[in-house]
Design a protein around this ligand. Structure first.
Ligand SMILES: Nc1ccn([C@@H]2O[C@H](COP(=O)(O)OP(=O)(O)OP(=O)(O)O)[C@@H](O)[C@H]2O)c(=O)n1
Ligand SMILES: O=P(O)(O)OC[C@@H](O)[C@@H](O)[C@@H](O)CO
Length: 390
């Protein structure tokens, strides 16, 4: 059994997973709890999924599924220790995942031949003195499948509170899950079935991986930050774009940001875990503004957990500048894109025709918005570095 590495500069709170009630609301009941730990059985082979890699290690947006589940649990500050049970052959891989994604408060133990044996090994680690570890003896242990990545803090809190408060319910033990049956048969312990949410569903078959990916993509696409250079007289096109984005993208929150001091600081927006940036280069003919943004993003470590989309928008007037000339200047995007892709930043270019004709301009903006929405929703790494024309 090994402790996870201390971890460094990753953003602390993964914004998109904060959809359930938490923070102040949950802090009060949680603080009255004594020590709570979690055991994540992750020692299965995923037979029903039918792929060689055990499903908990299958990538979603290039990150292993188990990392999402760890993220969901570690952001709950009142869970003191998280013990993951993996097969002996996967212990090193598990440690690399913990290190790469900077997970905290995680310990790894060896799994058993069955799910229950894996859970038992995790519980044993929490119950016994471990020479290399400082695991606190918990009063309540949450058992959570490593392949259920979307668990919310409120459900966890309900489970823990019920575990402390309720007596044994015959109904729950009769009609509950196999874990409750075991609790009845062997432990004569208190047990209570707590209603979960539909999101708690388990990744079992291959199609579930696609569903999980879609849910994650949807969650991280909700907030878009528009970064603009605003000093020149053409600035209104940036604002027009913002207006069209707002009207075309339902349920999406637009956060305007600038790289200068005005408005909400971009660093603050990055801290708040926005994973989508539209960088409008109005006054600069090349990528100055986009480059500044990319540097900030690279420094921030924002992209450790999710691919960050940056759409570099350039306005031009077909009548004044031939498209070929404009394209030539902008071909550099390919180089930038290749470089930042290594840091999990997906950079795309978008040319919007800046027409004096208001109707044509509106049409280009609408087309541009559709492209931006598709790039953000899909996060297609095959299209990075491409210049799209609206
Ligand atoms: N010996 C085992 C078997 C399963 N599990 C874990 O228990 C959870 C729920 O089990 P299940 O969905 O059945 O996973 P698998 O056993 O991997 O899947 P399958 O039944 O399709 O082989 C998973 O996180 C799985 O890794 C475990 O820790 N140890
Ligand atoms: O029924 P399945 O084999 O898909 O699920 C296995 C476990 O995840 C499940 O039984 C526990 O969560 C309940 O105790």
């Amino acid at each position: 059994m090994e402790p996870g590495p201390p971890g460094g500069g990753r953003p602390h709170e993964p914004g998109p997973f904060l959809s359930g009630p938490r923070g102040a609301d949950l802090a009060a009941p949680a603080s009255s709890l004594s020590v709570v730990a979690a055991v994540l059985p992750a020692g299965g082979c995923g037979e029903r999924m039918g792929v060689p890699t055990p499903k908990q290690f299958c990538p979603i947006l290039e990150r292993p599924l188990i990392s999402y589940t760890l993220q969901a649990l570690e952001r709950v500050c009142w869970i003191k220790d998280i013990v993951v049970a993996v097969t002996g052959e996967n212990i090193e891989a598990m440690k690399s995942i913990i290190q790469k994604y900077q997970h905290k408060r995680i310990s790894v133990v060896e799994a058993g031949m069955t799910r229950h044996r894996s859970i038992f090994n995790g519980l044993k680690a929490l119950a016994e003195e471990q020479p290399n570890l400082q695991l606190s003896k918990p009063e309540v242990v949450i058992i959570h499948d490593a392949v259920r990545p979307f668990v919310e803090e409120d459900v966890l809190l309900k489970v823990v509170t019920a575990a402390k408060e309720h007596g044994c319910s015959d109904y729950d033990l009769e009609f509950g899950t196999e874990c409750l049956q075991l609790a009845l048969k062997y432990c004569h312990t208190k047990a209570k079935l707590v209603e979960g949410s539909p999101d708690l569903w388990k990744v079992t078959y291959k199609r579930d991986l696609y569903a999980a990916e879609s849910i994650i993509k949807e969650r991280i696409s909700q907030v878009i930050c528009i970064v603009m250079d605003t000093k020149e007289n053409k600035e209104h096109v940036g604002h027009l774009l913002e207006e069209v984005l707002k009207s075309e993208l339902n349920h999406v929150k637009i956060t305007p940001g600038t790289l200068c001091h005005a408005g909400k600081g971009l660093q603050q927006i990055i801290l708040e875990q926005c994973y989508n940036f539209v960088c409008v280069n109005v006054m600069s003919s090349d990528f100055q503004e986009t480059q500044k943004l990319l540097s900030l993003l690279e420094e921030s470590n924002l992209s450790i957990l999710y691919p960050v989309v940056v759409v570099s928008v350039h306005f031009f007037d077909f009548k004044l500048v031939p498209l070929s000339q404009k394209m030539e200047n902008l071909m550099w995007i390919r180089e930038f894109a290749k470089e930042v892709k290594k840091r999990n930043i997906l950079l795309y270019g978008l040319l919007i025709c800046y027409s004096q004709d208001e109707q044509k301009l509106q049409e280009s903006l609408r087309q541009g918005t559709i492209i931006i929405a598709a790039l953000i929703k899909e996060r297609n790494s095959g299209l990075v570095g491409q210049l799209l024309v609206a």
